[in-house]
Design a protein. Sequence first.
Length: 723
Amino acid sequence: MTADQSARPWLDPDRSTTERVELLLAQMTLAEKVGQTHQVANIHPDDDAAQLAGGQIGSSLFASGATGGNERDEGVLAANIDAAQRHAVEASRLGIPVLFGRDVIHGHRTVCPIPLGLAASFDVGLVEEVAAVAAAEAVVDGVAWTFAPMVDLSEEPRWGRVAESLGETPVLSGRLAAAIVKGFQSDDPSDPDHIAACAKHFAGYGLSAGGRDYDTVSVGENTLRNLHLRPFKAAVDAGVATIMAAFNDVDGTPMHAHRHLLRDVLKGEWGFDGVVVADWNGIGQLVHQGVAADLRAAALLAIEAGVDLDMCSGSYAAHLAELVESGEVDEALVDDAVRRLLTLKFRLGLFDRPYVGEPIRSNAPTDASRATALRAAHAAHVLVSNNGILPLAPGAGTVHLTGPYAEAAEELFGTWTLDGRGEDVVAPATAFRARLGGEQLLVSDGRFSDRSVQQVRNADVTVAVVGEHPWRSGEANSVTDIGLPAGQLEHLRQLSRIGKPLVVVVYTGRPLELGDVLDLADAVLVVWHPGVEAGNALADIVFGDVAPHGRLPMTFPRTTGHIPTSTHQRPTGRLIELHEEGRQGRYLDDQVFPRLPFGYGLTYTSFEYGELRTVGGTELSGAGEVVVEIDVTNTGDRAGREVVQLSFRDPVAQVTRPLVELVDWAFLDLAPGEKGTASFTVRADQFAYFGTDNTSRVDAGEIVLVAGPDALHGSRLSLRVNP
Ligand code: GLC
């Protein structure tokens, strides 16, 4: 044992984490404990030196602003981190290292598709790989903690933050969230190439009224438990190190003061032993939400509710010690928060390796990281219509590439890209030029729509790359209308009027109203914001090197007026099937069912489904399992991937249950003419739900399984469940 370790036994790495935490906690003054609960933004080694030496700062995040998703900054400097860390570790009384965080949401330097695009892949392994690549790049800059995955479920495309989500369904979001946690953290968070993850925003944020960010949420606990809490539970079960509280209230109680959901459910019922971090000034906003008269009252509510770390409001630093000394807050609550914070720092190895040191390597994109980004971008491409024009045949003649994204760079990153660099992006025009050369490619960037229309005549096919600027999605970026941005539909109409083949590529951070686009184009690809490999991925798919295999992770409503529309739809007294037309309570002026439902996506071949069948009976008893299978045949002349989705409906339960709920999915990669079999093993607990008393239950009775290509189509089979 070194001299330092004998004086500070918590530094002995041979002791257990629990022992190290208790040894250190026992030495801490109240002021030092409060210091650990205080997080600042963009710490400066000189300006903050005194506070660091005084043990008054426990954590810092590097963010470009309170709504950092779309603002760029100078990036994270490992040298600054080490300079600040030295004050904390070498000048403070107890030498507790600072925990540094950054929003590394869908890549660090190698930017991959936005999370909604990653969700379109339905590929758990790929999504885990993307997170692992991001972590390995982020640690080079000294980042030890990221604020991802975001797992808010939403049926509100007007809300800009659906771009950061993993889609609308609990099972898809939950499995991908667990994969992202594993990719960021690995099984050993102290691994030098991994970082702590954070599942956010707990809870119900995706239900913000009107799709307006930061708005109120009116939802009952039963719907929260049967939908919105489930991806968080999946992240907790996967070992996520931290959870971020949401800005919104839930039925009148702001989440930063929601003792029941934070302490009773998250920390109590689920046994979450990690850190609950406030969102940016989330504690301070309790005053604006009208539940706290001032920051002191806000600090009291938040520490009692179970918020362990105050992100940037300063309320804990200013008031927590005095609240304890006055007897209004039990010091045990502060101790609980500090235990969690110290445990996280020990688990991350911060006490053993507090410094970043000289950069261990460059974190610029490499061939390997670009290969990951390219596969992720391929998988994010969802072909939503095609009359056969795609893939473009080698002899397709002259291609006219037009639209605002033809030569785009940073715009193809999408929201929440803080460290990507525009020079790393392969633009569509660059990739098309590399493939076609100059003579077979015309590029008009769409600034001059009349020029763009003219060029259609000079080409054999036009590829129009349109859609949303990334700064129209992400935090604080909600819209009232999910149509294409102003002018784009008119431009597309002009292009299509010439009567030549038109392929439309839509870069977007949200589901958009695409009905008119589907009607005027020969093919439509929804691509989200695909990251550094945008151009190469598009060229690979348009020219057929790779067949599109993404599926919609969110329902695309017919129009803004159709919102909310999702697979969360529960039966009403007048509705029998999901999006059934009929007259009862439906719209007078439009059809109801979405043309682009959850799970929808085409490829360059066709598939024929057999009937869903069981292997070994239809009785599902106790902990038993039933295997169900369905044959799928590739009836086209090209290889392709089918994403076979298994959903279910519980026709009779204590509460109304979704008409369609995804329970599993399987990939079938089939050669032309090949028949494959998708096989699913189901257990009774997969049909568990929270009943009228909000406890989990599995009922005896029928469960109707549906296996098919999307939420609206499939072959049915009834099982009998005997719990
Ligand atoms: C923002 C976001 C949150 C983000 C945090 C730190 O306000 O709501 O998702 O992680 O602040 O940047």
